[in-house]
Design a protein. Sequence first.
Length: 110
Amino acid sequence: MRMVYTNDNRMLVGNARNLLESAGIELLVKNEFAGGVIGELSAFDAWVELWVVEDADYRRACKILETALSDRNEPDWHCSGCGEINDVAFEYCWRCQSRPPARGGAPAGD
Ligand SMILES: [Zn+2]
């Protein structure tokens, strides 16, 4: 088991988690419930951590995050579901999990 991502911004961690889980990577989330209510600025010492359960997934997980987090040339996108503004790195709205409006390329199907 290896840690792939941590950040003091729980929304960013949540989005990273979505990215990895949507790729079928099994995760363990540490400190998810530490620090009380989301929105309070009280938990600087308890960053949420994402751990890959299977070491075999570690490289793939890193690659996914690397790709997602480095693709920052595009502007933020507005969620058509709830109107939230999301970082371009994220494939889903952090609030309602909707897909962004057309970003080129259809989903690979499922
Ligand atoms: Zn939304």
